[in-house]
Design a protein around this ligand. Structure first.
Ligand code: ZN
Length: 297
């Protein structure tokens, strides 16, 4: 190992050690603190009623026993993540519609989502997220959208975030979150694209989609960031990120499960398949982000 490389590795290890010792925030929620939400009864609002602010993004309200519910704990036991949305199993090619008037702020390929669309709904004080869409079929580009507009189709198992070898069951991952992207101190991508997260989704402003639609409830204003919990540091991730960055930049790292913010982002493969945000801020050596806060060590 060369001198600069050794020096760099020492910095990585030292900074991650300091971070692990110093920081106390951002922990996993327990099942008791984050109960799984039974899907709300949508029969009163489907088919779409033009007088209501929201509509269900699919043409029918069929449910499937294996669909992941809101705040569904991940497996295997014990769970370490919670589902920040509701899944709806439907055949590939099923039309998907905007739940309310708004603006498509993102429409593009996105990792495990296949094709992802995010719609801001400023008048409703929330945004909606539609994952596992089809990259190969027609889909709407960013821009204005009206409630009920067709925005995309569900993807086949090999293109919706799955692959030919490991196809994913065609389904819609439907998330609804209070606030707008501009509400957050840094407009980082992973922060508003979360699917399975360690904190309880409710604590981060995610709402139960079926309940929002069934109740036609418009949240009151922006969502306040919660206080930081316990920050978990993945040593291997830190090292992977650090190694990937060397020697072009100082290793300034954001590590947190899908609550990453900052001006620069990159997803790196690692054992836990966690998105890792990278960020360089002035002369800071390390920046560790935690539920919207930035902590430098
Ligand atoms: Zn999902």
């Amino acid at each position: 190992m060369t001198g600069p490389a050794r020096s760099y590795l020492v910095r990585v290890l030292a900074a991650s050690a300091v971070a692990a010792v110093v920081l106390t925030g951002c922990g996993s929620a327990s099942i008791a603190d984050c109960p799984r939400a039974i899907r709300a009864d949508l029969s009163g609002v489907v088919p779409d009623d033009g007088s209501l602010p929201f509509r269900f993004p699919l043409d029918d309200i069929e449910t499937h026993p294996r669909e992941a519910a809101f705040c569904e704990p991940s497996r295997p036991f014990p769970p370490d993540k919670f589902h920040a949305a509701e899944d709806y199993h439907r055949p590939a090619g099923t039309p998907v519609y905007a739940m309310a008037d708004g603006e498509i702020s993102f429409s593009g390929p996105m990792g495990g989502y296949g094709w992802l669309i995010i719609v801001d709904h400023p008048k409703m004080n929330l945004y909606s997220l539609y994952g596992h869409l089809s990259p190969s079929r027609w889909r709407m580009d960013p821009g204005p959208v009206a409630k009920g507009d067709l925005i995309a189709y569900l993807g086949d198992g090999w293109e919706n975030g799955g692959s030919h070898d490991h196809p994913l069951i065609p389904h819609l991952h439907f998330g609804v979150r209070a606030g707008q992207r501009s509400d957050y101190p840094s407009k980082g991508e992973w922060r508003w694209m979360a699917g399975w997260i360690r904190p309880c989704p409710r604590d981060l402003g995610w709402l139960q989609p079926s309940a929002v639609i069934a109740e036609q409830h418009i949240p009151e204003g922006r969502f306040a960031n919660p206080p930081a919990g316990f920050l978990e540091i993945w040593w291997t991730d830190l090292l992977i990120v650090g190694a990937a960055r060397w020697p072009d930049h100082l290793p300034v790292v954001c590590v947190y499960d899908q609550t990453i913010h900052g001006s620069r982002h990159k997803r790196l493969p690692n054992a836990l398949d966690l998105p890792i945000g990278l960020e360089r801020r002035g002369s800071s050596l390390w920046t560790i982000c935690c539920d919207g806060r930035t902590m430098s060590v």
